[in-house]
Ligand binder design. Structure first.
Ligand code: ADP
Ligand code: ADP
Length: 226
């Protein structure tokens, strides 16, 4: 689903966040991306979602080379990718419904279709009863689930999450991870950047470890408990 072929990313100022990185994220899997802070995890996700462009090398998403994507095509390619941030980036002056509807409004869907899809997404994350609420009174875990509903409402084949459990306690983190597993079980490819080693080691999914912008190791967690 995602292939990096000798990808480097140098930020303005000269810092090399990725250095000749090659890796593969298989379709249909839930894969963890880990490594110390500054290893390049966020940069990798930003390249996949076309928020940043690589300095050199090729990135293929679903067989499409991102270097050949023109500026005008970017919104269409982005629709294939749902992104979840640690701080969920919700609009606090809009209801839960309106937050989740945003990608559909941008994509130009009609009213009825928007209502149907938003409620389907809220149902999947267990928040249907809060559709008229504003994000503020909701708990951190609920706010994160609104962010997840917004990311899946377009039904993208690929979900990216950047430290999605970074602000949550272990119990809520587990719930959020189960949600990602549910989407994965219905065929969505999921890539989760996290440095929560505890969480990763309890689950049996492929792991990619970055170190200073390079792939340090790829494999599965040892001793993964059921
Ligand atoms: P991680 O997500 O693994 O913590 P990042 O991809 O966020 O790593 O960052 C990798 C390195 O690139 C860090 O040293 C960071 O300071 C640097 N970096 C990230 N974004 C920028 C930017 N926009 N401009 C300059 N340097 C950046
Ligand atoms: P994270 O902990 O998720 O890696 P950071 O706190 O390092 O995030 O960075 C927050 C934001 O600032 C990110 O969007 C990142 O790209 C940007 N950033 C990080 N380092 C730098 C830098 N040295 N110069 C400019 N922007 C940066």
């Amino acid at each position: 689903m995602i292939r990096f072929d000798n990808v480097s990313k140098r930020y303005p100022g000269g810092f090399d966040a990725l250095r000749g990185l090659s890796l593969h994220v298989p379709a249909g899997q839930l894969t963890f991306l880990t490594g110390h802070s500054g290893a390049g995890k966020s940069t990798l996700l930003k390249l996949v979602s076309l928020i940043e462009r690589p300095t050199s090398g090729n990135i293929l998403i679903d067989g499409q080379n991102l270097n050949r994507v023109t500026r005008r095509q970017i919104p269409f390619v982005r629709r294939k990718v749902g992104i979840i941030f640690q701080n969920h980036q919700l609009l606090f002056d809009r209801t839960v419904f309106d937050n989740v509807a945003l990608p559909l409004i941008i994509a130009g869907h009609d009213h009825r279709e928007i209502g149907r899809r938003v409620r389907a997404a809220l149902d999947k994350v267990g928040l249907l009863k809060h559709e008229r609420a504003y994000p503020h009174p909701l708990s951190g875990g609920e706010q994160q689930r609104v962010g997840i509903a917004r990311a899946v409402v377009n039904r993208p084949p690929l979900l990216l999450a950047d430290e999605p459990t970074g602000n949550l306690d272990p119990e809520l983190s587990r719930e959020i991870m189960q949600l990602f597993e549910q989407f994965n079980q219905v065929g969505v490819t999921v890539l989760i950047a996290t440095h929560d080693i505890d969480l990763i080691s309890r689950m049996n999914h492929p792991i990619l470890i970055l170190k200073a912008g390079r792939l340090q190791a790829a494999g599965y967690a040892r001793g993964a408990a059921p």
